[in-house]
Design a protein around this ligand. Structure first.
Ligand code: ATP
Length: 507
């Protein structure tokens, strides 16, 4: 089954996973809110990341630093000077596009103009790849063919940034029918600017952080001096970042406000290559372990020409979303670049002294940098399944139990004969350790379906047999199998199931 993005977006809205931000006022492009189920899902993903990368390790410490930092940080990191995308404005529609995501399709139509030359129209399309950009462009070419006749040959496709300046006047922008309305590509800084203090003067300019990583570098010395860490060790941070993206799109994939989960792992220079490989493989395995098992998850090593000048190796973990294969996380070998830059700009010594070897040097760093929102979106895409149960189509989100927003739902079969009281007692007990849900309204089949759509792995039903033998029915979301469990053992059974342990009757 190929997932259509519209279906997922509408499920997210309908079931309270993700809403457009400030929707009652018409929304705001590039900003999203997580509803009651979405907040649990995203929090579980962040918690799983923290537990696996910080809590379970002996060589990692955490950090939570401020979003607004001294603006010099962003000079040192290169964001003030260089953190920009080339963009193009359309004079006709006032729209703004990312030039590196625009492809030009040069069509030659058989009709001739007044000078007897063939008519050319270079149609611009937007997309992460020529294939993504092609579909709307083909539709527009078909429209133009009514006027000029069918194009002579298939179009020649060129990235907009590579076409000669003289040829730009032939280009028809993505949402006009006229040529020559697009400006030259210009640099556009992605950082949100603000002012600190009452005066809106240049000297008070500050930025919302565009990544969490720099806060880690800026605190390197503080952590070394206080946390008794020894190389190799990492510092991890989860938090909001902001980028004034030119083209926010593909649901939450490219937002203007998003959350990152970043690690800076510091090590001796001669060990950096091995640590890079270690993190690249470990981070990939983290996603598969949480259910991104399909061939849709990929690990792509950057070609040498793609690497930042300071990086000797970088890999992207990518996922084949319905809108194309796109980055979930980047793992970069950044050498000593960041600490060196901060030493230069701050004038402070950020080197490390190895007590055993009596050596002082600048550590190298491996940076696994992930996005919590992109991970959430990938887990949603992977989990979405439509299957058939008892002759009816059902929509089910097959989340790994660790990230499922609700772990179990408890139902009394009917609202009498003491069933609600018994169900509520079990619900109250489960709630002490898990996020569980109680529902006594409507037909039992409908209640199961609602939980399937929310991705709840197990349902526990109290029925008439409960009164006679004190057992309850467990139901498995994916297989719809049902089996009975003694009521007194329900809490432990759920705990075992969530831990992936064998439970009698469940197999
Ligand atoms: P892209 O090329 O897609 O803009 P990037 O390479 O600039 O991403 P990084 O700067 O490496 O991204 O950021 C690390 C991670 O932060 C990304 O892998 C992604 O998960 C997340 N991220 C970056 N930009 C956004 C965004 N606009 N919306 C949501 N998540 C983002």
């Amino acid at each position: 089954m190929e997932l259509e993005m519209d279906k997922l977006v509408s499920l997210c809205k309908r079931r309270g996973f993700i809403f457009p931000s400030s929707e009652v006022y018409g929304g705001i492009n590039g900003f999203w809110d997580y509803g009651p189920l979405g907040v649990e899902l995203k929090r579980n993903i962040k918690d799983a990341w923290w537990r696996d990368n910080v809590q379970m390790r002996d060589d990692m410490v955490g950090l939570d630093c401020s979003i607004i930092m001294n603006p010099r940080v962003w000079e040192a990191s290169g964001h003030v000077g260089g953190f920009s995308d080339p963009m193009v404005d359309c004079r006709a529609t006032k729209e703004r596009y990312r030039a590196d995501q625009m492809y030009v399709f040069a069509y030659v139509f058989p009709a001739t103009n007044s000078k007897g030359e063939p008519t050319e129209a270079w149609l611009a399309g937007l997309g992460g790849s020529p294939e993504e950009a092609a579909e709307p462009v083909e539709k527009r070419a078909a429209k133009l063919a009514k006027k000029f006749g069918k194009p002579a040959d298939p179009p020649v496709v060129t990235p907009y940034l590579q076409i000669a300046a003289d040829d730009r006047i032939k280009v028809v922008g993505p949402s006009t029918d006229e040529t020559g309305t697009l400006t030259e590509p210009r640099s556009f800084n992605l950082m949100f600017k603000t002012f600190v203090g009452a005066l809106e003067s240049e000297s008070n300019v500050a930025y919302l952080r565009p990544e969490t990583a720099q806060g880690i570098f800026a605190n390197f010395k503080n952590v070394v001096d206080t946390a008794r860490v020894k190389l190799p060790f990492g510092i991890a941070q989860v938090g909001k970042s902001f980028r004034n993206e030119i083209n926010p799109r593909n649901f939450t994939f490219r937002s203007r406000e998003f959350e990152q989960m970043e690690i800076e792992f510091f090590c001796r220079p001669e060990e950096a290559k091995d640590w890079y490989k270690y993190w690249r493989d470990l981070r990939f395995a983290w996603y598969t372990g949480l259910g991104l098992k399909s061939e849709k998850l990929r690990l792509r090593d950057h070609d040498p020409e793609e690497l930042a000048f300071y990086s000797t190796a970088t890999a992207d973990i990518e996922y084949a979303f319905p809108f194309g294969v796109s980055e979930l996380e980047g793992i970069a070998h950044r050498g000593a670049y960041d600490l060196t830059q901060h030493m230069k700009f701050s004038g402070k010594d950020l080197s490390y002294f190895d007590e055993e070897k009596k050596e002082r040097f600048t550590p190298h760093v491996i940076e696994p940098s992930a996005g919590a929102d992109r991970a959430t979106l990938a887990f949603l895409c992977e989990a979405y399944v439509e299957d058939e149960v008892a002759g009816e189509t059902r929509t089910v989100l097959k989340f790994h139990p660790r990230i499922a927003p609700v772990k179990a739902a408890v139902f009394p079969l009917v609202k009498r004969d003491g069933m609600p009281e018994k169900a509520e007692a079990i619900y109250r007990e489960l709630k002490r350790s898990q996020n569980v849900y109680y529902d006594e309204k409507g037909a039992i089949g409908r209640r199961y379906r609602r939980q399937d759509e929310a991705g709840t792995p197990f349902c526990i039903t109290i029925d008439s047999q409960t009164a006679t033998d004190d057992t309850v029915t467990f139901r498995d979301r994916d297989s719809c199998r049902q089996w009975r469990v003694p009521a007194a053992g329900a809490v432990q059974a759920l705990r075992d199931l969530l831990d992936g342990k064998a439970v009698p009757g469940a197999e």
